[in-house]
Design a protein around this ligand. Structure first.
Ligand SMILES: Nc1ncnc2c1ncn2[C@@H]1O[C@H](COP(=O)(O)OP(=O)(O)OP(=O)(O)O)[C@@H](O)[C@H]1O
Ligand SMILES: [Mg+2]
Length: 258
């Protein structure tokens, strides 16, 4: 199992939002998390990625407990995260965004506060500038539409292009698992399809993917498995296909009968 979440509880301050959520991602899988606004989908990925500290339950990555670990450590272990908003640096160029995507694994010529106490595994995952440039070339090859825009500021691109920059940037760290929060938010239907097909392509390349989506039908259609969350709890679980054709899921969450 790549990622396993058991009975996770988390929230903000005194307010518990996740009341014991479980999910799993197996090697090579693409898993979708759907549910109404406020169900706790973003909170779940934030709690997995160490942006908020779980108050109960457990998260494991390749069988190792990572509950509450810091994002920087998780990134080095192979976990990536594309947030729902503010997922690019708008005042940097597209190319600079890609380079920034690898910053947490860059071997700095200037000693950093943490460089003295990193483990050998951490050091072995660090990248020299030449490797960062090589990875940027690979990322651009995967997103050819970005090629002519490399010198443009990310903030001046269209919503769909910015989402592509965010995905390309996240690939700079060569993640084993990518957590993607609402990649289709605010995009026209044609662009939604383009972003989803890129995500499928990333998954075909061997990266396990968890996508949170409002666009539930399209997300379930590309998913191996899906989870429906409601008010911070698991409501339905099954293959993408079975959830798409489940009449309760259809009526409650997919805007009509399945
Ligand atoms: N930083 C925060 N501080 C306090 N409460 C928050 C914070 N972020 C989210 N919440 C609350 O947590 C609950 C779940 O929010 P969350 O963002 O996880 O929902 P979601 O399922 O991702 O919804 P959406 O589909 O709208 O993105 C909501 O009631 C929200 O108001
Ligand atoms: Mg959300």
């Amino acid at each position: 199992m790549l990622l396993q979440v058991d009975d996770l509880r988390a929230g903000y301050g005194e307010m518990e939002i996740l009341h014991g959520v479980s999910m799993a991602l197996d090697d090579g899988e693409l898993v979708t998390i759907i549910g109404p606004n406020g169900a706790g989908k973003s909170t779940l990925v934030k709690a997995i990625f160490g942006l908020i500290r779980p108050t109960g339950g457990r998260v494991q990555f390749r069988g190792k407990e990572i509950t509450g670990a810091a994002p920087r450590d998780l990134v080095i272990m192979g976990l990536g995260y594309v947030p729902q908003t503010n997922n690019t640096f708008p005042t940097l160029s597209v190319l600079e965004n890609l380079e920034m995507g690898a910053i947490t694994r860059r071997i700095s010529p200037i000693p950093t506060p943490w460089s003295g106490r990193s483990s050998s595994r951490t050091r072995s995952r660090m990248m020299k500038d030449a490797e960062i440039r090589r990875r940027a070339t690979e990322a651009i090859a995967m997103f050819p539409n970005l090629q002519p825009k490399l010198r443009e500021l990310a903030g001046t691109l269209s919503g769909g292009e910015q989402q592509m920059v965010a995905l390309a940037k996240s690939m700079m760290l060569d993640p084993d698992v990518l957590l993607i929060d609402e990649p289709s938010a605010g995009l026209a239907p044609k662009l939604v399809d383009a972003v989803f097909s890129k995500i499928v392509e990333i998954n075909d390349g061997g990266t396990g993917i968890v996508i949170v989506e409002q666009n539930a039908k399209k997300a379930l259609a590309i998913a191996d498995r899906g989870y429906v969350l409601e008010t911070g709890r698991n409501r339905f679980t099954g293959t993408g296909e079975s959830l798409l054709h489940n009449s309760d899921v259809g009526r409650l969450y997919l805007g009509g009968a399945a």
